[in-house]
Design a protein around this ligand. Structure first.
Ligand code: FEO
Length: 194
């Protein structure tokens, strides 16, 4: 029995050793990004709450879908870190802003936030390359591509708002359009599915 336990422990160590250990600095940064993705969801729920208070159900729906997408982003990091046998450590999530001046103000904040996310993902990618962690670099490529859309979405909406110029009829048409945003479904990244 003792022999069997020793053999099982040795086997478990061998299996674990087969996986490439993640550089500690990179692992910490990946964990931070995991928590930041949860913050993104929190921020967009706060923006949805603003739209609810303005009786703009379509804008609110769009933000709720965006929040759901961020939760999927967070879980991609969660799954990848676990697949690499890295330790997942969740951090406290900051209180998001909740006072917004206008619809425009919300989407400008949305864009600014996503530009910050793009910068962080690019830094992570550079760190992964620096420590020759190809698996993590390939995983992050999915996010680099995703950030193109994440920045494009608020830019598109800001452009439409510019044409609408605060006219109620135009705002209501846009509200209806944004109400049609479907539930997010994310494609697979290298190293984890969906
Ligand atoms: Fe997870 Fe909006 O980027």
């Amino acid at each position: 029995m003792v022999n069997f336990c020793v053999q099982a422990a040795v086997l478990a160590r061998l299996i674990t050793k087969k996986r490439q250990d993640m550089d500690k600095k990179l692992e910490k940064a990946m964990n931070e990004q995991l928590s930041k993705e949860f913050y993104s969801a929190y921020l967009y729920v706060s923006m949805a709450a603003y739209f609810e208070s303005e009786n703009l159900a379509g804008f609110s729906h769009w933000m709720k879908m965006q929040a759901q997408e961020e939760l999927l982003h967070a879980m991609k990091f969660f799954d990848f870190l676990n697949e690499r046998s890295s330790k997942v450590i969740l951090e406290a999530i900051d209180k998001p802003p909740y006072k917004f001046l206008s619809i425009d103000d919300v989407f400008k904040a949305n864009l600014k936030h996503e530009q910050g996310v793009t910068g962080r993902i690019n830094n992570l990618y550079a760190t992964a390359q620096k420590v020759n962690d190809n698996a993590t670099a390939i995983f992050l490529q999915w996010f680099i591509n995703e950030q193109i859309e994440e920045e494009k979405n608020p830019v598109d909406i800001l452009t439409k708002l510019k044409y609408v110029k605060d006219q109620p009829a135009g705002i209501l048409i846009l509200d209806k359009e944004l109400a049609a945003r479907p539930q997010p479904v994310l494609g697979p990244t290298a190293g984890n599915a969906a």
